[in-house]
Write a protein that binds this ligand. Structure first.
Ligand code: SF4
Length: 248
């Protein structure tokens, strides 16, 4: 009973966090992420100017030539404690040359068991949302900010995100999507490095390298708060229109 109440409280806090953002977040003007700066950052990594990236570089994943090689490196990853508690690494699934990437926050229990992103109820809802805007799951590429499940489905820690996001950046470099849809505050703030609430990010079009990025609710939050589905529907319709304008 007490555990159920605590779980409900955690879910409610997660939902509030999704809408309003953590209180300690301060608003910041979004600065466009210039493709040249993105390329420079990659060069810095290769030149060893960034010590953390250099550390990662030593381990070789930066030189992975394709997604299969990258997944191989990640299966050996010990950069955060989640590798000890996960059942399976959840690398991602879908079209390796997708024009659209969909990025969530972290694997849940079912994803951890199956080693696939967005399975279970939230996954079914994501499939339905994509189908409603005429995308099949096989056509897009779906992954998460973290590749291993945080115990008890807690939010990813900043330290875990910091060491795992470079893998996501490498996936994006390989897939080269034209558009990215971030699901939930953690995905959006992690990928865009923005400290804004979800409400302030929804509806905007951001640029990350050569990709345009939009933000909407996480399907798990929509399951808990069906009244947000209308807003999510507006978001994904805008996303589809952007796709049609860019890709045709
Ligand atoms: S969550 Fe990411 S950084 Fe942590 S062990 Fe898994 S792959 Fe490595």
């Amino acid at each position: 009973m007490v555990e159920q109440s605590i779980q409900k409280l955690i879910e409610a806090l997660k939902d509030q966090d999704s809408i309003f953002g953590p209180l300690m977040f301060e608003n910041r003007r979004f600065e466009k992420i210039d493709p040249d700066l993105w390329a420079e950052a990659l060069e810095d990594r290769a030149d060893g100017e960034d010590s953390m990236e250099n550390e990662l570089d030593k381990e070789g994943f930066i030189h992975a030539r394709n997604l299969t090689e990258l997944q191989g490196f990640m299966l050996e990853c010990h950069k955060c404690p989640l590798e000890k508690t996960r059942t399976n690494l959840v690398f991602g699934s879908g079209n390796p040359k997708a024009k659209v990437m969909v990025i969530g926050e972290a694997p849940g229990a079912e994803e951890d068991l199956q080693g696939k992103p967005f399975v279970g109820r939230a996954g079914k809802l994501l499939t339905d949302i994509l189908a409603a805007i005429k995308f099949s799951r096989d056509e897009v590429y779906i992954t998460n900010i973290l590749k291993c499940r945080p115990p008890g489905n807690r939010n990813p820690l900043p330290s875990e995100m910091e060491v795992c996001i470079p893998y996501l950046h490498r996936q994006i470099e390989m897939i080269k999507p034209k558009l990215i849809l971030c699901l939930g505050l953690i995905s959006a703030s992690g990928l865009l490095n923005l400290k804004l609430s979800l409400g302030k990010m929804r509806g905007n079009i951001y640029e990350l390298g050569n990709a345009k990025v939009m933000v909407t609710y996480h399907p798990a939050a929509l399951l808990r708060n069906p009244q947000w589905k209308r807003l999510a529907w507006e978001d994904v319709q805008k996303f589809r229109k952007l796709y049609d304008d860019m890709v045709g």
